[in-house]
Design a protein around this ligand. Structure first.
Ligand code: FES
Length: 339
């Protein structure tokens, strides 16, 4: 049985399933309730319980401090329809940008020049972010390194990054050669406004170059989580097959979601490659000559994003439907530049 939660300020409504916490349901449906730890300790999610009944599996520690007439959506289960009073985060500007220590939980070499890094926040902390945003590593000498967050907000036990080795790049050299698991780093996050427009029902095209796949992965996983029904097309441009560093993941999405399609595009194809070749934005244009009714999400090196933006504009795509995030690989002073 499911119940309806109504937010008294905005009138926004969402459904909560059996045994699902109110916060999990809100994240699944992209309603921006505030949160911190997600385990009942910090009180950041505290909401006014205007009407209805909320139950808990064991009393969360922050419930006493929350006071009379309050509830904790991160642990609360709806036992009836609810009306809650809470300040919603509707845009990235509503999210608190925090400086946090993180521990490197795992580093997996995904290809010859890309690693997946998983970061763990301190005990009892979670990062509230929107799919597609990025973080800055704050280095001891005051410099910053920016990387897109590759996971979706509902899957936030770890923060996932895809890091490509930059030739001669001090930071990525260190990541590839010297960094050990359990290393402690400092981050500032969440940053950037490259996020999914879930209010739109237009079909979506995601176009990534290299590790530009990372923020798109988070956004696509969020689109699946939100059960968006429109067609979702992913075009991933790389040089050759070995650069498709998570080749099985989009194929799994194809099998699991009837509305999803995947087109890898190689600019320097291997001899045995049977698929699409050339520039990734040209493959998109060839398949969708009229883009006026689509939403487009692009992430990757500036030449790719700039070429795509100009070509898609010429194909009738309104600027308001184009969302992009441009990476800078050339210098190690800034591995990625946020949008
Ligand atoms: S998010 Fe920390 S108590 Fe709910």
């Amino acid at each position: 049985m499911s119940f309806t939660v109504t937010l008294s300020g905005s009138g926004h409504r969402f459904e909560v399933d059996d045994n699902e916490t109110i916060l999990d349901a809100a994240i699944r449906q992209n309603v921006g309730l505030p949160y911190g730890c997600r385990n009942g300790r910090c009180g950041a999610c505290t909401a006014d319980l205007v009407s209805g009944e909320v139950t808990y599996y064991g009393a969360p520690p922050a419930l006493d401090d929350a006071g009379e007439g309050k509830c904790l959506p991160c642990q609360g289960i709806a036992a009836s329809d609810l009306v809650l009073g809470v300040r919603e985060a509707e845009t990235t500007a509503d999210l608190e940008v925090r400086m946090l220590p993180v521990r490197v939980h795992a580093v997996d070499h995904l290809s010859h020049d890309v690693v997946r890094m998983q970061l763990k926040l301190p005990e009892n902390q979670r990062l509230q972010f929107m799919a597609g945003q990025y973080l800055d590593f704050l280095l001891p000498d005051g410099r910053k390194r920016a990387f897109s967050i590759a996971n979706a907000p509902h899957d936030d036990e770890f923060i996932e990054l895809h890091i490509r080795h930059v030739d001669g790049g001090e930071f990525t050299d260190w990541v590839f050669n010297k960094m050990h698991e359990r290393a402690i780093l400092r981050i500032q996050a969440p940053l950037g406004s490259f996020v999914l427009d879930e209010e739109s029902d237009r079909p979506m095209i995601f176009m990534g170059g290299g590790t530009g796949f990372a923020p798109l992965k988070g956004q696509i996983e969020q689109a699946f989580r939100a059960k968006l029904k429109q067609p979702i097309h992913l075009y991933w441009g790389v040089r050759s097959k070995r650069d498709l560093y998570l080749p099985d993941l989009p194929e799994q999405w194809v099998r699991a979601h009837a509305n999803f399609s995947f087109v890898p595009v190689l600019s320097e194809p291997d001899e045995d490659w049977q698929g699409r070749t050339g520039w990734v934005h040209e493959a998109v244009m060839a398949d969708f000559p009229d883009l006026s009714t689509y939403d487009l999400y692009m992430a990757g090196p500036p030449p790719m994003v700039n070429a795509g933006r100009d070509a898609f504009r010429a194909a009738g795509m309104p600027d308001a439907h184009m969302h992009y995030d441009s990476f800078e690989y050339a210098e190690d002073t800034r591995d990625k530049v946020g949008d």
